[in-house]
Design a binder for this molecule. Structure first.
Ligand code: G3H
Ligand code: 13P
Ligand code: ZN
Length: 313
């Protein structure tokens, strides 16, 4: 089957009480780890590229790598632009053959966010490309996404209905206390499920997206540090909280930092235990294998998407 947009997978996720994993890709090994895991689990997946991933790898390389993954796996896979920052960046992704785009105009006023998101939806829908928008702002730092804690804000449930109706977008990312990166909480992890429930009540049957959902498993933080890395006070979203979010109608869960952490800690361990290795296939292969096992576990135990590929075809 060809690349798909997110329509069918979100309907299957909503009806089947699971979430589709949306994993960030930058290179061949990350992509293969994710797709091989999804193939073994028979999970639908979203492969997403940020603007900085596109700057790093070039859009046509990423598109063609993903085409190969679709052909190789036979899975329902959507190729999604993560955090598109303007109409132009979303148009670029649509024109390059992405099947889904996110317009992140959440830093603009409510009215401006509606105007920009609607413009993207009107353009993308002509090409059967689905659109995600965002209301509320997550804190956190990544290459091109940088929001301080003071500038972050929870989604206001009273705005979601009007936003969805006026923009015509296909899914909505909301802010309930998750954040980007590996340092999500100083104290106990806590999410505002009351906001999620209130949003879901107001836009029933509408796919909700959770960004900043990495778990930051402590065993990989330890592996990183034991093998020469440095990372202190890293903390992510416990799987129980993620499972609760999924049970409350979150249909798409974004994971990037976990992929970086798991892959890098395995590569570091490989270097430390095999100082004579200098063939990239040896250490990148170690990262790929470790990441595959991590993603399999995530699909099965946190997102509940195993076996659901057939429902999205
Ligand atoms: O939400 C942001 C993603 O994790 C992408 O991060 O811009 O560093 O590729 P990046
Ligand atoms: P993490 O940093 O928690 O992996 O979040 C990734 C994300 O939201 C990508 O859009
Ligand atoms: Zn994000």
């Amino acid at each position: 089957m060809p690349l798909v947009n997110t329509k069918k997978m979100f309907k299957a996720a909503y009806d089947g009480h699971f979430a589709v994993g949306a994993f960030n890709i930058n290179n061949l090994e990350l992509l293969q780890a994710i797709v091989d895991a999804a193939k073994e689990e028979q999970s639908p997946i979203i492969l997403q590229a940020s603007l900085s991933a596109i700057k790093y790898a070039k859009i046509n390389y990423l598109k063609k790598l993903v085409d190969a993954a679709v052909e190789d796996s036979g899975l329902p896979i959507a190729l999604h632009l993560d955090h598109g920052d303007s109409f132009e960046s979303c148009k670029m992704a649509v024109d390059a053959g992405f099947t889904s785009v996110m317009i992140d105009a959440s830093h603009h006023s409510f009215e401006e966010n509606i105007l920009i998101s609607k413009k993207v939806a009107d353009y993308a829908h002509q090409y059967n490309v689905t659109v995600e928008a965002e209301l509320g702002r997550l804190a956190g730092v990544e290459d091109e996404v940088n929001v301080s804690a003071e500038d972050s804000s929870y989604t206001r449930p009273e705005e979601v209905e009007e936003f969805v109706k006026k923009t015509g977008v296909d899914s909505l990312a909301i802010a309930i206390g998750t954040s980007h990166g590996a340092f999500k909480f100083k104290g106990e992890p806590k999410l505002r499920f009351d906001i999620l429930e209130e949003c879901e009540k107001r836009i029933r049957n509408f796919p909700i997206v959770l960004h900043g959902a990495s778990n930051i498993p402590q065993q990989f933080v330890e592996m990183l540090v034991e093998n020469g890395g440095s990372m202190s006070d890293a903390k992510g979203i416990p799987d129980e909280l993620l499972r609760k979010a999924v049970s409350l109608a979150v249909c798409k869960v974004n994971i990037d930092s976990d992929l970086r952490l798991v892959f890098t800690s395995a590569v570091r361990k490989h270097f430390k235990t095999n100082p004579s290795h200098f063939d990239p296939r040896q250490y990148l292969g170690a990262g790929r294998e470790q990441l595959k096992q991590f993603v399999k576990e995530k699909l099965k135990n946190a997102l509940g998407s195993s076996g659901h590929a057939k429902d999205c075809m």
